[in-house]
Design a protein around this ligand. Structure first.
Ligand SMILES: Cc1ncc(C[n+]2csc(CCOP(=O)(O)OP(=O)(O)O)c2C)c(N)n1
Length: 515
């Protein structure tokens, strides 16, 4: 058996059975090995940012890694923006990147580049000197690393750069999986310290696994027992929402709104989160957003057992099992007439199927968050690292990971153009993804930021850098050209019709919502 096949068999034996691929010549033996191992699913994407974003979405939903398959430095470079988002999401993910053998690198052939400088940027674990002897064990170690929470990288992207001769050389065969890594437990002292100080002036700030169903339920029991508030960080990788999962206040985007929200808060308790900082620097606002008169306590660090710490805290407080919040559905009324952001939010929340997975990008999709909270059970995947073009690719991976659930990608027209090839993979794989394009034909948020930064006139050249018209993007035609049906909506009635049509049929659908 060659090295490539020993690697693929090792991955599959450990449950890593999905590969989002865009290969080239240096990966041919890996392609051949994937072909030879029936349990490994291969999904082609036509741009590497789709492969990396899809692997991120898959990891967030499945909590086990998928792999990418990328072509040397340039292929990896094309995928980096979404690997940055994946690192910020702490997603388990394994990059397989082909490379020239050592003896070929010295000649500086055209595709030679410094892959380490690219790969170490976002990888918690990086290896580039595999041989046919070590490649299978390297694969097992890449999985362990991908599943390990670490304080220094806060992410679990493993990158295995594979010299072609490690793939084609004779190997000793596959390796057994390593034992699964466990999160570090929080000390009883930390739990007791927090239990002593929690009161109505406290905020429990959640992130990471605390945003899943169990963590939210326990946090709301603690809130009911102590009258503290429960907030989540600005962009947790995945938030479980819906009736019965408990209310959670979300930190706003703009720093002055965060400062406003902190009024009256004297104690901030971090549960898997970091103290909030401003997304960008502004001349008249601080970067660090915790007010001077608010003390910060750490219940659990991001790499620790956060849900276990919440459970121990609830036990210490003797918090009742019943957190007291309502377990009822509250579907918004469907509005009529010309679309605006609030109406789109209400319509999507009003019609969303149970257990929808939302994949958020730039654009107006945030308007869906609040109305969806009590409308139906769902998962919400945030834009974690601010690198736009995540929505479509993450939707691909989420749909592959959870084929029995509808995925709704909420994308700005600007952000969606970075990675519109996601539509082609959705069509080819028959994925149940409904894409809503929030079409304002501009880079709207940047225009807003322009005014905030004190620039009170946008000249014609500046305007042309923010304007997406002339020519207008025809999203319905773009989607059709990649095999995805859909339509445009300027009114609530049209949006309602398109959503109903999409939810009544299998496969992808795209709606351009002009507002
Ligand atoms: C990879 C990357 N490139 C550029 C940006 C800067 N950027 C932030 S938002 C934005 C425009 C978003 O436009 P759109 O998706 O149409 O949403 P809108 O702001 O109009 O609601 C850009 C270019 C970014 N965040 N990430």
């Amino acid at each position: 058996m060659n090295g490539a096949e020993s690697l693929i068999r090792t991955l599959v034996a450990a449950g890593v059975d999905t590969c989002f691929a865009n290969p080239g010549t240096s990966e041919i033996h890996l392609v051949q090995a994937i072909d030879a191992v029936p349990e490994m699913r291969a999904i082609l994407a036509l741009f590497e940012g789709i492969c990396t974003g899809a692997a991120d979405g898959y990891g967030r939903m499945k909590e086990t890694p998928a792999t990418t398959l990328l072509h040397l430095g340039p292929g990896l470079a094309n995928g980096i923006a979404n690997l940055h988002n994946a690192r910020r999401a702490s997603s388990p993910l394994i990059n397989l990147v082909g490379n020239h053998p050592d003896y070929h690198l010295q000649y500086d052939a055209p595709l030679t580049s410094d892959i380490a400088t690219l790969g170490k940027n976002f990888s918690g674990w990086y290896k580039e000197n595999s041989t046919a002897e070590t490649i299978a064990q390297d694969g097992a170690d890449a999985i362990t690393a991908a599943l390990t929470a670490k304080p220094d990288c806060q992410g679990q992207v493993s990158t295995l750069v594979l010299p072609a001769d490690a793939c084609w050389g004779e190997s000793p065969g596959p390796r057994s999986p390593n034992p699964p890594p466990a999160r570090k437990e929080v000390s009883g002292q930390a739990v007791d310290d927090v239990a002593r100080i929690l009161d109505e002036t406290s905020v429990l700030l959640l992130d990471g696994p605390a945003m899943l169903e169990e963590g939210l339920r326990i946090a709301n029991r603690i809130a009911a027992a102590t009258r503290c508030q429960v907030w989540c960080a600005g962009a947790p990788s995945r938030v479980e929402g819906g009736p019965g999962r408990g209310p959670v206040g979300r930190l706003p985007y703009f720093p002055e709104h965060v400062q406003e929200k902190f009024k009256g808060v004297r104690k901030l308790i971090l549960a898997g989160s970091l103290a909030p900082v401003s997304f960008f620097a502004y001349q008249n606002t601080p970067s660090y957003l915790v007010p001077d008169d608010c003390d910060v306590f750490t219940l659990a660090k991001p790499e620790e057992n956060i849900v276990g710490a919440l459970e121990a805290l609830a036990d210490t407080l003797k918090a009742s099992e019943n957190a007291g919040f309502k377990n009822e559905y509250a579907k918004p009324e469907l509005p009529m007439g010309q679309l605006n952001l609030d109406k789109i939010g209400a319509i999507v929340a009003g019609l969303m199927p149970e257990n929808t997975i939302f994949s958020l990008d730039s654009g107006g999709g945030r308007a869906v968050f609040a109305p969806a909270q009590q409308a139906a059970p769902h998962s919400w995947l945030n834009l974690t690292g601010g690198a736009i073009g995540q929505g479509g690719p993450v939707a691909v991976g989420a749909a592959v990971a959870a084929p029995d659930r509808r995925v709704i990608a909420l994308c700005g027209d600007g952000g969606a153009m970075y990675t519109n090839q996601a539509l082609w993979t959705q069509a080819r794989e028959g994925l149940d993804v409904t894409t809503i394009i929030f079409s304002n034909r501009s880079y709207g948020i940047i225009e807003t930021e322009f005014w905030r930064l004190g620039v009170n006139e946008i000249g014609s050249k500046a305007h042309s850098m923010l304007d997406l018209s002339n020519p207008n993007l025809d999203w319905v035609s773009l989607a059709k050209g990649m095999g995805v049906p859909g339509g445009a909506a300027t009114t609530s009635e049209e949006l309602i019709d398109h959503l109903r049509r999409s939810f009544s049929q299998d496969g992808p659908y795209l709606i351009e919502a002009l507002y």
